[in-house]
Design a protein around this ligand. Structure first.
Ligand SMILES: [Zn+2]
Length: 313
C-alpha cells in the first residue's frame, strides 16, 4: 500500500500536468457546456417568438382596476399571459377599412387617444398636457375620481364617454339588466356634472373580452350586449392600438414605443389609462411624435371610424 503511494513520485513534473489540465476538457463538462448553449438558444428563440406574437396581437384590456375586487374574482383572465393567449387564439380585429362609415377619405392619418378607468390622480396632469398641445381626446370614465375632473374634461372640449360605474366585471357581466343598470348610473353621473348625455361607450375589457364568460352563466352575454347597446342608442368603441398599460407596470418609454410603433395608416384608436402615471407620462412624447409625422389628433364622436374587436363570448 505504502509503496504505491511512493510511486506517485514518478508522475511528470508539475508544469506538464497543468498544461494537460488547461487543454483537456472532461467529457461531462463538454456535455454540460453543450446543454447550456442549447438551453440559451431555446430561451432566445422563445423570447423572440413571444415578442413577435406580442407585436402582432391586439391585447384585450386586462382586468386592471384596483378599486374593485375583480382581479381575484376573475377565473378567465387573470394574467397578462392569459390575455395574450386569448387575443392570439380568439380575436380578429375588424379592419377599419371594411367597417368605417367614412374612413378618412382624404387619406389622412388620425390618432384618437382614449383613456379608460378614470378620472384618477393623474387626470389633472394629463389635462394640462393636452391643453398645452391643444389636443382633444376621449375619456371613458367610471364612478371613480373627483367630479371636478369630469367637469374639466367636458369644459376643455374632450369627449366624456362611458366605461362603467363600478368596473366590476362580476356585476356588469352577470346579466344584461345589471350591465345596463350600471351603464345608466355612469351616464347619470356625467349628465349631472356636465349637462351632456353621452352615448359613446366602451365595454370593460373590450367587446372581445372573455372575462364575461366567467360571470354570465353561459349566456354568451357579449354577443347580446353588442346588439343591445346599439338598439338602445349607444355606440361602442374598442381600440386598434394598445399602449400595453393595462397589465404590469411598464416604463413610459415602453408605452411610447407600443403606441408609436403600432399606429395605423388610417385611424388609430389608442387604448391608455389615465389612472396609470407611466402611461400619462408618455402622452407628451406621443403627441410630439404624431404632430411631427403628419398625424391629426381627434376625439371620438358618433361618426368616427368604427373600431370593433371580434366578439368571443
Ligand atoms: Zn377599464
Amino acid at each position: 500500500m505504502v509503496s504505491k503511494t511512493i510511486d506517485v513520485g514518478s508522475i511528470p513534473a508539475a508544469p506538464a500536468i497543468f498544461t494537460m489540465e488547461e487543454n483537456y476538457i472532461p467529457r461531462h463538462r463538454k456535455i454540460s457546456g453543450f446543454l447550456i448553449i442549447f438551453i440559451c438558444l431555446l430561451a432566445g428563440i422563445f423570447f423572440m417568438s413571444s415578442q413577435i406574437f406580442k407585436s402582432l396581437a391586439p391585447t384585450p384590456e386586462k382586468t386592471e382596476s384596483s378599486e374593485t375586487s375583480e382581479n381575484t374574482e376573475s377565473p378567465k383572465l387573470t394574467t397578462a399571459e392569459d390575455g395574450k393567449l386569448n387575443s392570439l387564439e380568439k380575436i380578429s380585429i375588424t379592419e377599419i377599412a371594411s367597417t368605417a362609415k367614412a374612413p378618412n377619405p382624404d387619406g389622412s392619418r388620425t390618432i384618437y387617444l382614449t383613456f379608460d378607468d378614470g378620472p384618477g390622480p393623474y387626470t389633472a396632469k394629463l389635462l394640462d398636457i393636452l391643453k398645452k398641445y391643444n389636443v382633444k381626446v376621449t375619456f371613458f370614465v367610471t364612478g371613480a375620481g373627483d367630479d371636478s375632473l369630469i367637469v374639466r374634461e367636458a369644459n376643455e372640449g374632450h369627449t366624456v364617454a362611458l366605461h362603467t360605474m363600478t368596473h366590476n366585471y362580476a356585476y356588469v357581466y352577470s346579466s344584461i339588466a345589471n350591465y345596463f343598470d350600471d351603464l345608466y348610473q355612469i351616464q347619470s353621473r356625467v349628465k349631472n356634472l356636465t349637462g351632456q348625455t353621452p352615448t359613446i361607450i366602451r365595454f370593460p375589457g373590450g367587446s372581445s373580452n372573455l372575462v364575461s364568460a366567467g360571470y354570465d352563466g353561459g349566456s354568451h352575454i357579449m354577443s347580446s350586449l353588442v346588439n343591445e347597446v346599439s338598439a338602445r342608442g349607444f355606440t361602442y368603441f374598442d381600440w386598434n392600438v394598445s399602449s400595453g398599460d393595462a397589465g404590469a407596470p411598464l416604463s413610459s418609454e415602453q408605452i411610447y414605443q407600443n403606441v408609436t410603433e403600432n399606429l395605423k395608416p388610417g385611424a388609430s384608436v389608442v387604448l391608455q389609462h389615465d389612472i396609470k402615471d407611466y402611461s400619462v407620462d408618455a402622452v407628451e412624447r406621443i403627441i410630439e411624435y404624431g404632430q411631427k409625422n403628419g398625424y391629426t389628433f381627434k376625439k371620438l364622436d358618433t361618426s368616427s371610424p368604427v373600431v370593433h374587436h371580434g366578439v368571443n363570448n
